[in-house]
Design a protein. Structure first.
Lengths: 248, 314
C-alpha cells in the first residue's frame, strides 16, 4: 500500500544536541503506526517537522505526497494534528471551539455544521457541546481534541500522547475511538506515546525511537519475535522496549 | 486571517477587562466634559462667541485635567491592557500550537491580533468622541464647524496611532516573555518610565548641561532645547505636543516655550489668526511620522521575532 508519511534521513539539530538523527521511516495508508519512545526521544520534534512547523536541519519528508517544508499549508489542510496537552478557548463552548477550527479551515458554514455534528456524535459529546470548555473534564477535552481533528475530514491524523492524563476507562474509550477511526473510516494514524501496553492493543506497526534515531521497527509480532529468549518464551513488546533502553 | 480577526474582535468586546476599561474611560470623560462645559458656559455667557469654542471642550481642563491630557496619559494603559497577553496566553493554554497546525499562515495570527486591537481601539475612540460631542453640544449649546469636525477626526487618527504604538509594544512583550505577568509588568514599567521619568530626566539633564539663567536668554533657550529634545524620545510627549497643536488652531508651533521681545509680542497679537487645518497638520507632521514610525518598528520587531521563534518552545 502507498505510504502516507515517508521520511528520509530526517535530522534536526538544536544547538549542539541532535533531537532527531537521520530518521527514516514510513507510515502506510490505513494503518495505525505507533511511534514509541521515552520522553525527549524526539517524537514531538519529528511531528513538528512533518507538519512544516519546524524546519529540518537536513533530510526530507513527504506527507500525503507533499513536502512539508515547501507546502506546509497543503499538509496542514489534509492532516489532523492533536498536540500534547491540547488547548481550547475555555470561555467558548465546545461547539464554538469546533466552529472556529472549521472556519480556519475555510469550510462553508453549512458543511461545517454537518461535520461538527458528525464529529460530536462520534466522540459522544453531543450533549455537552454547548457547555463552555472550561467545565470539561480531562477526558472530555481529549475527546473534543479528536473531534477537532476530524472536522478536516483528514486522510491522516497525528496524535501526540492522546491518552496522557486519562483514567483507565478514558484510555480505553480513547483507544477504541482511534481504532474505529482507522477501521471504519480508513484514516491512517500516527500515534505517539511512551505508554507501551496501550499502544500494543491498537497499533498495526510500531517504531521505537531513542535519542533521535529509530532503534526498532515492525509489527508487534515481528518485534516480539526478535526477543525470543533462550528458554523459548516470547517477550512482550514491553520487554523488547525495555531491552533497548536498558542496554545503555 | 479574517476568521482570526473576527474572533479576536469578539474576544475583545466580550472580555470583562475591556468592559471595565471602557466604562472607566467613558466615566472619566463624561465627568470631565461635564465640569468643563459648566465652566465654559459661565465664562462665555454674555460675551461674544469665541471661535473654535467647541474644541475647547476637549482641551481645557475642568477640575483635574483636560480630555486630551487624560488620553495622553491613560491611552497607553488601554493599549497595554489589550495586548500584553495576546500571544503568551495562547501559548500557556496550548491553543497556539493548535492554531498553527491549521492551514493558516503564521503571520496571519499576529496580523489579525494587531488589527483586531487597532479596530477595537478605533471603535472605542470614535464612540467616545461622538458621545462627548453630543453631550457638549447639549451642554454649551454650540454646534461644531466643519473645520472643528475635521480637526477632531485628525485628533482621533493620531490617538489611535498612539494607542496602537502601545498595543504593538505590549504584543512584542507578549511574544518575547513567556509569562503573562512578566509581560504585563514589563509593559507597565516602560509606560511609567516613558511618561514620568523621561519628563523629570530631561529637565535634570538639561540643567546639568546648560543651567538655566534668567538673565541669559541664550542659555535659557539652550536649556529648554535640550530638555525638549530628550523629551521627544517619549511618545507621550510626541502625542501631547501633536494633539495640542491640532486641537488648538491658535497654536502655531509645537514648542511650549517661545522667547519673544515685547514689541514682537504686540505685533504677533495683532496678527493672531488661527491656522488652517492643513497648516496645523504641517506643523505636527514630523511628530506624526515619528509616532507612526515607532509603531511600525515595534510591530516589525514583533513580526520578525514571532516568525522566527521555534515552534518547539510553544
Amino acid at each position: 500500500m502507498a505510504a502516507v508519511i515517508e521520511t528520509h534521513e530526517l535530522t534536526k539539530i538544536y544547538g549542539r544536541q541532535k533531537a532527531v538523527d537521520h530518521l527514516t521511516f514510513e507510515v502506510r495508508q490505513g494503518e495505525i503506526f505507533g511511534f514509541l519512545g521515552p520522553n525527549g526521544a524526539g517524537k514531538t520534534t519529528t511531528i513538528l517537522m512533518l507538519l512544516g512547523l519546524s524546519e529540518p536541519t537536513s533530510g526530507s519528508s513527504r506527507v500525503l505526497g507533499f513536502d512539508p517544508v515547501r507546502e506546509p499549508l497543503k499538509v496542514k489542510e489534509r492532516v489532523g494534528f492533536m498536540p500534547e496537552n491540547i488547548g481550547f478557548y475555555d470561555d467558548m463552548t465546545g461547539r464554538a471551539n469546533l466552529r472556529y477550527v472549521a472556519r480556519l479551515n475555510s469550510l462553508p458554514d453549512a458543511e461545517a455544521k454537518k461535520r461538527i455534528d458528525d464529529a460530536l456524535e462520534k466522540i459522544k459529546l453531543a450533549n455537552e457541546a454547548n457547555k463552555t470548555v472550561g467545565a470539561y473534564s480531562r477526558g472530555m477535552r481529549q475527546r473534543l481534541g479528536i473531534a477537532e481533528v476530524l472536522i478536516k475530514n483528514p486522510k491522516l491524523i497525528i496524535l501526540d500522547e492522546p491518552t496522557m492524563g486519562l483514567d483507565p476507562e478514558g484510555i480505553n474509550s480513547m483507544l477504541e475511538l482511534i481504532k474505529s477511526l482507522s477501521v471504519e473510516e480508513g484514516i491512517s494514524v500516527l500515534l505517539c506515546s511512551h505508554l507501551l501496553h496501550q499502544t500494543q492493543k491498537v497499533c498495526d506497526r510500531v517504531g521505537i525511537l531513542d535519542q533521535g534515531s529509530l532503534v526498532a521497527k515492525g509489527t508487534i509480532e515481528e518485534l516480539a519475535g526478535e526477543g525470543i529468549q533462550a528458554d523459548g518464551t516470547k517477550l512482550s513488546l514491553e520487554n523488547v522496549y525495555m531491552r533497548y533502553f536498558k542496554e545503555e | 486571517m479574517f476568521t482570526i480577526f473576527r474572533k479576536e474582535i469578539a474576544d475583545h468586546f466580550n472580555s470583562t477587562r475591556f468592559l471595565i476599561l471602557f466604562c472607566l474611560v467613558i466615566g472619566v470623560a463624561l465627568l470631565t466634559t461635564y465640569t468643563v462645559s459648566m465652566n465654559l458656559r459661565s465664562e462665555i455667557s454674555g460675551g461674544a462667541k469665541i471661535e473654535y469654542l467647541f474644541l475647547m471642550l476637549f482641551t481645557t481642563s475642568g477640575q483635574f485635567f483636560s480630555l486630551t491630557q487624560f488620553i495622553a496619559f491613560f491611552g497607553p494603559l488601554i493599549g497595554i491592557i489589550m495586548g500584553f497577553d495576546a500571544i503568551n496566553r495562547e501559548r500557556t493554554t496550548g491553543t497556539l500550537s493548535k492554531l498553527l497546525s491549521q492551514p493558516v499562515y503564521r503571520d496571519a495570527i499576529i496580523n489579525a491580533k494587531f488589527l483586531a486591537g487597532i479596530v477595537t481601539i478605533a471603535i472605542m475612540f470614535v464612540s467616545l468622541v461622538l458621545l462627548l460631542s453630543g453631550l457638549g453640544m447639549v451642554a454649551i449649546g454650540v454646534v461644531p464647524s466643519a473645520q472643528e469636525v475635521a480637526r477632531l477626526a485628525v485628533y482621533m487618527l493620531i490617538s489611535v496611532a498612539y494607542v496602537g504604538f502601545w498595543l504593538g509594544m505590549a504584543i512584542l512583550f507578549s511574544i518575547i516573555l513567556r509569562s503573562i505577568g512578566t509581560a504585563a509588568l514589563a509593559s507597565i514599567a516602560l509606560w511609567i518610565f516613558v511618561s514620568f521619568f523621561v519628563g523629570f530626566g530631561s529637565g535634570l539633564i538639561a540643567d546639568v548641561i546648560a543651567p538655566a539663567d534668567q538673565n541669559n536668554p541664550d542659555l535659557m533657550l539652550k536649556n529648554v532645547r535640550i530638555a525638549t529634545a530628550i523629551g521627544r524620545v517619549s511618545p507621550v510627549n510626541l502625542y501631547s505636543d501633536a494633539t495640542s497643536t491640532i486641537m488648538d488652531p491658535y497654536r502655531k508651533t509645537t514648542k511650549s516655550f517661545v522667547l519673544v521681545g515685547p514689541m514682537e509680542k504686540i505685533s504677533m497679537s495683532r496678527f493672531d489668526n488661527p491656522l488652517s487645518l492643513s497648516q496645523s497638520i504641517l506643523v505636527v507632521a514630523p511628530y506624526l511620522t515619528t509616532l507612526a514610525a515607532l509603531t511600525a518598528v515595534f510591530f516589525a520587531i514583533s513580526y520578525l521575532v514571532f516568525m522566527r521563534q521555534e515552534v518547539r518552545s510553544f
